[in-house]
Design a protein. Structure first.
Length: 470
């Protein structure tokens, strides 16, 4: 196996000095999860200092460490600053192999679009992508530093929750193509307006050169603003996607099913059809964005789109599981990883297509600032439109939503997810479709875990009642 990093190349990239020769097959910043043969970078975080875990990393099989301390055990690359050192590895990795870099950002749909692109482009050539949601000032350089020199495509997710965060990420990654999936009121607590969020997303163009290509959602109301930002950055090749009649990659028709959608689209007027394995209208639009990127790369669009049938929402991001109990089975939709107004509406739309009694379990959407009450209460329209039968609400902001709904619809409310959990477990029964969603800080994942624990469990109650308070 060819080494990802040798001691000589890492020293050349960072300007560091090695204590002895080594070679590594991966890169990690976490001594607990590193793989044998990884280079362990001892970054200093707000709550811990990686230098304190170098011995643990070596015990767990690290090939070497990157350290800013000169007196260190085992093979080590000594640098002035480990964060700067990791960025230097990332910059070197970006340039050494010639991979085409695709940067992905947006208020929602980043991870799904990134995963779809990895699946599709992987059919054509070696493709490297951000793992999970490693999309911030630590995750992006780590993802680049992990990119093999033989990769032809690199897909880098870029996230932010305040202005100025994407600029250094883009300048490090130097994208050939940048896609903004959409712009909506996510992290609005830290911005004066949605327009300011669009401006922050447009920072993704800052690391691109004049040969770069911007891929934008034509349906989004900020399209013109984003296009102007791209052109101001010197990017004049702009590709659009969506249902809008002027989209380069245009949705003609989508036929939804329980398992996904059959999609008919056009690429500059040329028809293309494919099956999408993930359910929901938002996945359809995101797949068009992926098509736009694939087309911009000059890859085989027809072949790549066939991989879309294998798309599936990730755990916590819409993954569907059939839970089989002694009394029968019910459908669980796990949206517990995060929530925004746009993504919650999309999740409710998916629930609205599901069979049986529809149950929504919702936790607070965070980082909405002064708009929180208004944006939570606005969900009422989507709940009613999708014919949801029961709603369980956790958190003070979801409590405001409860005030706008018919009391017969609200099965339970509580200050936290723990408060409503027993009522949810007591209410669900065979034939139901139940969707659990909330921001990560709302801690909705334990409800998902408790529902999964009902699988063939003798603890599932034979007679279930609907909670009316919490």
């Amino acid at each position: 196996m060819t080494a990802l990093w040798t001691s000589d190349e890492a020293a050349l990239a960072t300007g560091g000095v090695n204590t002895e020769r080594w070679s590594a097959h991966g890169v990690s910043i976490d001594s607990r999860s590193l793989q044998r043969g990884d280079l362990f970078i001892a970054v200093e975080g707000p709550n811990s200092n990686g230098h304190d875990y170098i011995l643990n990393a070596l015990d767990n099989g690290a090939a070497a460490s990157m350290s800013a301390r000169k007196n260190v055990s085992g093979p080590a690359l000594i640098v002035d600053d480990t964060m700067t050192g990791m960025q230097s590895l990332a910059r070197h990795a970006r340039r050494r192999g010639g991979a085409k870099i695709i940067a992905v950002t947006g208020s929602t749909g980043k991870t799904g679009t990134k995963d779809t692109l990895k699946l599709a482009l992987g059919r054509e050539a070696e493709t490297h992508a951000t793992k999970g949601n490693l999309n911030n000032h630590w995750g992006l350089p780590l993802s680049l530093a992990r990119m093999p020199r033989t990769a032809r495509f690199g897909i880098m997710e870029m996230g932010m929750n305040s202005p100025g965060e994407i600029t250094p990420l883009s300048q490090l990654a130097e994208p050939d193509i940048a896609i903004i999936t959409n712009v909506s009121a996510v992290h609005i607590e830290f911005f004066p307006s949605e327009e300011a969020i669009a401006d922050a997303k447009a920072e993704i163009f800052s690391g691109m050169n004049a040969n770069g290509i911007a891929v934008l959602n034509r349906d989004n109301r900020h399209f013109d603003r984003l296009q102007s930002h791209a052109m101001a950055a010197g990017i004049h090749k702009i590709r659009s996607f969506g249902a809008h009649r002027d989209s380069n990659i245009r949705l003609v028709q989508a036929s939804p099913s329980d398992a996904g959608s059959r999609v008919d689209a056009e690429i500059d007027g040329v028809a293309i059809s494919y099956t999408l394995g993930a359910p929901g209208a938002h996945w359809v639009i995101n797949s068009l964005g992926a098509l736009a990127v694939i087309d911009a790369l000059g890859a085989d669009v027809a072949d790549a789109s066939q991989a879309f049938a294998d798309t599936a929402p990730a755990i916590g991001r819409g993954a569907q599981t059939r839970i089989r109990t002694a009394d029968g089975d019910f459908l669980l939709i796990d949206e517990s990883y995060n929530a925004s107004p746009a993504s919650t509406r999309a999740a409710l739309d998916v629930l609205g297509t599901c069979p049986g009694r529809r149950i929504a379990v919702l936790g607070d959407m965070l980082e909405l600032g002064d708009h929180a009450t208004e944006l939570h209460q606005a969900l009422a329209e989507h709940i009613l439109r999708n014919r949801v039968d029961l709603v369980f609400l956790a958190g003070p902001d979801m409590g405001k939503l409860a005030e706008t709904l018919d009391s017969k619809l609200v099965a339970a409310t509580g200050k936290s997810s723990d408060a409503i959990l027993p009522y949810v477990i007591d209410a669900v029964h065979s034939g139901d479709s139940i969707m659990v969603k909330g921001s990560l800080g709302s801690r909705m994942a334990p409800i998902v875990s408790a529902l999964k624990a009902l699988e063939k469990s003798n603890n599932a109650p034979d007679k279930r009642r609907t909670a009316t308070s919490g």
